[in-house]
Write a protein that binds this ligand. Structure first.
Ligand code: BDR
Ligand code: CA
Length: 390
C-alpha cells in the first residue's frame, strides 16, 4: 500500500506545503517560537492509585515485539480504558503492523476496540524499518493465525480526531511508534491539539541514540512528524532511551510469562522466547533479553511512581544529514539556535553575504515535556510480569 493510497491520508508531497497552520512554528520558516508550547506540563496529570476513573487512551503503535507487550499490558490494566489502536508503519511496514494490531486485540479478547489503519510511510521521508530487531513480521518471526477482526473504515487520523473531539480534554495518546499518524491528525484538525489531554510516548533520548549515535528509532523514522507534535502545545511525557535501555527482560521473567495460562501471556511468551533466541544468535553469550521500551512508556499511565520525571524543553533536529531525529533537551539554558548556514561564509571567498536574521542570543526556557530520567526497574518488572501472569 502506498502513502497515497492509504485511505483518508493526504498526498505526502502536499503535506509540508499545506500544514503551515499546524506547524505554526515552521519547519523551514526561520526560528521556531515557543508560543505553541506554553501549556503547563505540571501538575501531575496521571491518575493516582486511589483514582478509580480509568485513564482513556488511544494507542498509536507499530507492533513490534515491545509494542505487543505494551498493548497486552495496557489491556490487562484496569487503570486504563483503551479507546482505539492506530497502527502506523515503523518497526515493520503497515501491511504487518495493521494485522498485528488486529491480532493483539483478538488475543486480549478485546475485538470491540476499534483498530484503524494509519500511515504507510513517514510524512516526507522513506520508511526505515527495524526488522533486524523485530523480525520481518514484527513478532520476532512467530506466526499467529490471520486476524478475523477487520479495521474500521476510518483512517487512523480520522479516528483519533473523532474520539478526541467527542470527549475534549479527556483522551491521552500513548505513542509507541513514529509520530506520523499524530501529525496527520493535527493537520486534519489544527484545533485538536488543545483537546488532547496528554501525549505519553516512547521515543527520543538525551543520552545518545540506538539507530544513529544521536537518534532514537521512533523519532529518526519521522523527525518532521515528531517536530510537529513537540511544537503543538500538547503536554508531552517522554519515555526515552535514557530509561528504556535499563529494562531488559531476563530469562526468568520470560519463563514466568510462559508458565501462565492466559492467552495474552501465552502469546507474549512465544514472542519473547523467539526474540530471546534471536538475540542470543546475534550476540552469543548474551544474558540480556528483549528491551521493554514501549511497555515502560505504557507503565507510566498505570503507575507513575515507576519513573522519575523532570521538565525539559525538547526539540527535534530535522535538518542534520547525520543527526536528523536527535532530540535536544533544554533545561537550565535558554534556547539558542544555530546561525544561518550562510553566516559561515564570507565575501572574501566570493560568497554572498548572509541576509538571514541572526538567532537571538537567548529565548527563555519554557518546558514542553516531562522527561523520564530514572526508572525503578524492579517495580516495572513486577508490574509487567504480574499483570501478564495474573
Ligand atoms: C522503539 O523503536 C522500536 O523499535 C520499538 O518498538 C520502540 O518503540 C525503541 O527505539
Ligand atoms: Ca514501537
Amino acid at each position: 500500500m502506498s502513502a497515497e493510497s492509504t485511505k483518508g491520508l493526504p498526498n505526502r508531497r502536499d503535506f509540508l506545503t499545506t500544514s503551515a497552520a499546524v506547524v505554526a512554528t515552521g519547519l523551514a520558516a526561520g526560528y521556531p517560537t515557543l508560543a505553541a508550547a506554553t501549556r503547563p506540563t505540571s501538575p501531575e496529570p496521571f491518575p493516582g492509585a486511589a483514582d478509580a476513573t480509568p485513564h482513556r487512551v488511544i494507542i498509536d503503535t507499530d507492533p513490534g515485539v515491545d509494542d505487543a507487550l505494551a498493548i497486552l499490558l495496557a489491556f490487562r490494566s484496569p487503570e486504563l480504558k483503551i479507546e482505539a489502536l492506530t497502527p502506523v508503519a515503523g518497526n515493520v511496514p503497515l501491511e504487518f503492523t495493521l494485522p498485528n494490531a488486529l491480532r493483539l486485540v483478538e488475543i486480549a479478547g478485546r475485538s470491540d476496540v476499534p483498530v484503524a489503519a494509519g500511515a504507510s510511510a513517514p510524512l516526507i521521508r522513506k520508511l526505515v524499518t527495524a526488522a533486524y530487531a523485530h523480525g520481518e513480521n514484527g513478532f520476532g518471526g512467530v506466526e499467529f493465525a490471520a486476524p478475523k477482526t477487520k479495521p474500521v473504515t476510518e483512517s487512523a487520523p480520522e479516528l483519533i480526531r473523532r474520539i478526541v473531539r467527542a470527549s475534549p480534554g479527556e483522551i491521552s495518546l500513548l505513542v509507541l511508534g513514529p509520530f506520523t499518524n499524530i501529525a496527520l491528525a493535527l493537520r486534519l484538525d489544527p484545533g485538536l491539539a488543545k483537546q488532547i489531554r496528554r501525549i505519553v510516548f516512547m521515543g527520543g533520548s538525551l543520552s545518545g541514540g540506538n539507530i544513529t549515535p544521536s537518534a532514537e528509532f521512533n523519532i529518526y523514522v519521522d523527525p518532521e512528524a515528531a517536530h510537529i507534535a513537540f511544537h503543538s502545545g500538547i503536554p508531552m511525557t517522554m519515555v526515552g532511551l535514557d530509561v528504556t535501555r535499563k529494562v531488559q527482560l531476563s530469562d526468568a521473567h520470560i519463563k514466568a510469562i510462559e508458565a501462565a495460562q492466559n492467552p495474552s501471556a501465552q502469546a507474549a511468551g512465544r514472542i519473547l522466547r523467539s526474540t530471546m533466541n534471536r538475540i542470543q544468535k546475534m550476540t552469543p553469550g548474551s544474558t540480556a533479553g528483549p528491551t521493554m521500551h514501549d511497555s515502560l512508556a505504557a507503565s507510566v499511565l498505570i503507575d507513575p511512581s515507576i519513573l522519575t520525571m523532570e521538565d525539559y524543553f525538547i526539540d527535534v533536529e530535522t535538518q542534520g544529514q547525520l543527526t536528523a531525529g536527535e532530540t535536544l533537551g533544554y533545561k537550565r539554558f535558554p534556547i539558542r539556535r544555530s546561525p544561518p548556514l550562510e553566516l559561515a561564509t564570507t565575501p572574501a571567498f566570493g560568497e554572498k553575504q548572509a541576509t538571514g536574521a541572526v538567532p537571538p542570543a537567548s529565548e527563555p526556557f519554557h518546558p514542553n515535556a516531562q522527561v523520564a530520567i530514572q526508572v525503578d526497574t524492579e517495580k516495572f518488572f513486577r508490574l509487567l510480569v504480574g499483570r501478564l501472569t495474573a
